[in-house]
Structures are given as structure tokens and as C-alpha cells.
Design a protein around this ligand. Structure first.
Ligand code: BGP
Length: 475
């Protein structure tokens, strides 16, 4: 018997630019996601300098949710979903990001979508910025390197908070805000609109941009609470715990450092301050960041109500011989394989126990309600006799849900809900392609962009319906 709370938010998660399509409809502007072409397992997606004719940009059409959401929401309701996590495409509301007035057609789209969800008993859970800031803010202002972004973002947040104050209760500010700490090109671009050029110190730019985002997030929390005190406004982190590869204390320290480098955002957004090690690091690097006393007050006053996080995989780290005492490390730089775990088709380590570990780690450290807003298995699916028997996906989700239930029932973690990622097939953020599928609902479209866009239930659809119906008892 499950002891999950009765109001547990079972659902699914997506992001606007990965499923809506209609990239230029009803006044929508171009976002950073719209100028990225495809990549694959090994090569990162290419960032283009504006949309170029002849290149492949799969998210321009995506799965055409923009025109098909009425039917899709019916399917979601049939699955029994109680929560639907998506984002609001900033470029539908402020096409360039710096206009005085919002775009009414964009606002109306989300009004209609939220009405449709609510009519089916599905709670919208909304991310304000999910890898889709207006491209114009990059070309004109340099993206989040520029303090002006705080005003543009808070204006956008204020407009949507006011407009949807009676329709949306659960919000998150920035999707996986900590991704960029790894300094990879994709994350710097999608989080902050930064495409570092040779000779530039990408790390400094990342810290400056992150600071402005943290301030903007804290302001949004305060603004939101004034507009509707019942709002629950969360942070959103990509969680992938880093384990020491062996108990050698040097490896333990290495793993701890990688965790610190990745999760200082959580300290700022949940505790309202930067950690001491980070201030020391900035000093040593002589970064001289633009962080004012007023900013520090804002961060203190704008801590979040809950922590939303994604969980896909864990990592293992190993110390490097002869390393200086003041090293900084990124999870990726120090990463080694963990032979105790199996891998997905894309080489992501499958680690259900790591989810329980993560829930405990976050809960102990921040003592806030938690919300698993992404989890899932990206895999190739095969149609056999008109069906998709995705037992591998069911196994993945089942094992993670079991660990999640242990964290709640045995460890006493306060958990608000579970919204597995991409529960309807959509464009992968990492590759920009379709064939890395997470869905319980298949969408007929392949990497070459061919297909009817027809929806079809996979075996995991009925399995998940029963999980929800039994509140997590029937796995
Ligand atoms: C997270 C993002 C999502 C998403 C997911 C899966 O990082 O928040 O947008 O796509 O990961 O990643 P991918 O699509 O690269 O498999």
C-alpha cells in the first residue's frame, strides 16, 4: 500500500520549445532554441547566427502541440495525470524580450491551454525560463552577461504571474539553472545566451550571468508572492549526484568539490546566500563580479518555496595526482565510469538508488519540500505489430518510483510530486533530434523530420495510468 500523500502531483513534464512548434506563429519571436541545429551523442548542437535557410531546426515544428493540444490534453487526462509541467515560451509573450507591451496572442494561447488542463483536472506547473530566452536579447544585450536582463525577465514574470494568477499555482523560475556551471557550450547558450569566443574567460561570464539570474529569480519570487500569496515558486536544478569513485579521501574531496561547484545555486536560492568557498574562489580568481549589497539583500529576501529538480543519472569522480590544494573541479572534468551501474542508449548511468540519495541530500541540506519535475529514460523505440513494448522504460520508471517511495515513507522526505520528463515524445534538448524518446505516448516523427505526427500509446502509458490510479501502490 502506498503512503504517498493524497494530493501527490503525479504527472508529466515538457518544455515549450521542445513540443509546441509554431515557432513563428501569432507573433512569436525567435528564441535561443530556434537558432540551434541538431547534434548527436558525440557532437554538440550547433549555435547558428540567426536562422539559416536549408539547415535542420527540428524544434521549429517539434510535435506541433500548439495546434494539437486539445487532443493531447484528452490523452493526458486518460492517463490520469494530475499535473502537467511545461514552460511559457518567453518569445510568445515578449517576442524580442525588450518590448513595452506583451503580445496578446501569446498570452491567449497559454490562457486557453491552462483552461483546457484545468477543465480536465490537471494542474499546470510552469517554468518561466526553460532554455528559450529571446534571441534578440542575446544579439542586442549579450544575454545574461548584462544586468538589464534582470528587468526584462522580471517584467515577463510579472506579466504572466498577473495574467495567470487564478490558473497557475506552481511555478519555477529557471530550468536547470546550474547546468551552466559545467561550462559546456550548450548549457551556457541555453541557460544564459552566452557563446564564448576564443580569449574570453567563459567561467567568469558564467558566474556573472548566474548571479544576475539568481537575483532575477529572487525578485520574481517576491513579485509573485505579492501578486498571489498562495503561489508556490520553486527553483529548478539538474541533480546528478557525484560519488567518489573509491573511499580514498582524495576522491571523496574531489566528489564533494564537484558537488559544490554544481549546487551553489541551491545555496543562493534556498538559503539566500553564496557559500564561503565560492566567495574565496572568486577572490582568488580576481573575478571582480558585479554583485552589489542590494543584490545580496534581494537574494536573502527571495528564497524559494520548494525545490524542483531533474534526476536522470549519477556520476563518479576521481582525484588527479599532484593536484593543487585550491583546485576547482567540474563533474564532467573529474568524471570516471561507475562500473556498478548500467547505461542508457546514450551512455547515461542508470541509478535509481541515486534518486533516494538525492532526495535525502536535498532534504537534509535545505529542509524544503521537493518536487521531482524530470526523470526518465531516453531510448530508441521500435514499433512491432503496431505496438511499442517499452518494458525498459517501465523498468526504469518503476525502479525510480520505488526509491522515491522509500525516501518518502522511510526517510520522511517531503515530496510534492513526480512529473517524468517527455512523457509524450518530443525534441531532445541535448541532440535536437526526435529519436531519443522518453515518452509513454509515441509521436510519429523521426530524426529526418518524417512522419504523420500521429500519437500512439506505448505499453508504458497503461502502466503509468495504473501507477497514478493506485497512488504509487501498483508498480
Ligand atoms: C533536461 C532538460 C530537458 C530535457 C531533458 C532530457 O536537461 O531540462 O529540457 O530535454 O534534460 O535531456 P535530453 O533531451 O538531452 O535527453
Amino acid at each position: 500500500m502506498s503512503t504517498l500523500p493524497k494530493d501527490f502531483l503525479w504527472g508529466g513534464a515538457v518544455a515549450a520549445h521542445q513540443l509546441e512548434g509554431a515557432w513563428q506563429e501569432d507573433g512569436k519571436g525567435i528564441s535561443v532554441a530556434d537558432v540551434m541545429t541538431v547534434g548527436d551523442n558525440k557532437t554538440e548542437r550547433e549555435i547558428t547566427d540567426g536562422v539559416k535557410p536549408g539547415l535542420n531546426y527540428p524544434n521549429h515544428e517539434a510535435i506541433d502541440f500548439y495546434h494539437r493540444y486539445h487532443d493531447d490534453v484528452k490523452l493526458f487526462a486518460e492517463m490520469g495525470m494530475k499535473a502537467f509541467r511545461t514552460s511559457i515560451a518567453w518569445t510568445r509573450i515578449f517576442p524580442n524580450g525588450d518590448e513595452d507591451e506583451p503580445n496578446e496572442a501569446g498570452l491567449k494561447f497559454y490562457d486557453d491551454l491552462f483552461d483546457e488542463l484545468l477543465a480536465h483536472g490537471i494542474e499546470p506547473v510552469i517554468t518561466l525560463s526553460h532554455f528559450e530566452m529571446p534571441y534578440h536579447l542575446v544579439t542586442e544585450y549579450g544575454g545574461w552577461r548584462n544586468r538589464k536582463m534582470i528587468d526584462f525577465f522580471t517584467k515577463f514574470a510579472t506579466v504572466v504571474f498577473k495574467r495567470y494568477k487564478d490558473k497557475v499555482k506552481y511555478w519555477m523560475t529557471f530550468n536547470e539553472i546550474n547546468n551552466q556551471a559545467g561550462l559546456n557550450k550548450f548549457a551556457l547558450w541555453t541557460n544564459s545566451g552566452i557563446n564564448p569566443q576564443p580569449g574570453e574567460d567563459a567561467e567568469r561570464e558564467m558566474y556573472q550571468a548566474s548571479h544576475y539570474e539568481i537575483v532575477a529569480s529572487a525578485l520574481a519570487v517576491q513579485i509573485g508572492h505579492k501578486i498571489n500569496p498562495d503561489f508556490q515558486i520553486g527553483a529548478m536544478f539538474a541533480m546528478g549526484p557525484v560519488y567518489p569513485v573509491t573511499p580514498d579521501p582524495k576522491n571523496v574531496m574531489k566528489a564533494e568539490r564537484a558537488m559544490q561547484a554544481n549546487y551553489f545555486y541551491a545555496d543562493a536560492q534556498c538559503k539566500g546566500r553564496y557559500p564561503a568557498w565560492l566567495k574565496k574562489y572568486w577572490e582568488r580568481k580576481q573575478y571582480d563580479l558585479d554583485i552589489t549589497l542590494a543584490d545580496e539583500d534581494v537574494i536573502k529576501a527571495g528564497t524559494v518555496d520548494y525545490i524542483g529538480f531533474s534526476y536522470y543519472a549519477s556520476h563518479a569522480a576521481q582525484a588527479v595526482d599532484g593536484e593543487a590544494d585550491d583546485y576547482m573541479t567540474r563533474a564532467k572534468d573529474s568524471e570516471v565510469n561507475n562500473p556498478t551501474l548500467k547505461q542508457s542508449d546514450w551512455g547515461w548511468l542508470i541509478d535509481p538508488v541515486g534518486l533516494r540519495y538525492t532526495l535525502n541530500w536535498l532534504s537534509d541540506r535545505y529542509d524544503l519540500p521537493l518536487f521531482i519535475v524530470e526523470n526518465g529514460l531516453g531510448a530508441f523505440d521500435k514499433i512491432e505489430d503496431g505496438k511499442i513494448h517499452d518494458d525498459y522504460r517501465i523498468d526504469y520508471l518503476r525502479e525510480h518510483i520505488k526509491q522515491m517511495e522509500l525516501a518518502v515513507n522511510v526517510d520522511g522526505v517531503k515530496l510534492m510530486g513526480y512529473t517524468p520528463w517527455g512523457f509524450i515524445d518530443l525534441v531532445s534538448a541535448g541532440t535536437g533530434q526526435m529519436d531519443k524518446r522518453y515518452g509513454m505516448i509515441y509521436v510519429d516523427k523521426n530524426d529526418a523530420g518524417e512522419g504523420t505526427l500521429k500519437r500512439m500509446k506505448k505499453d508504458s502509458f497503461d502502466w503509468y495510468r495504473k501507477v497514478i490510479e493506485s497512488n504509487g501502490a501498483d508498480l
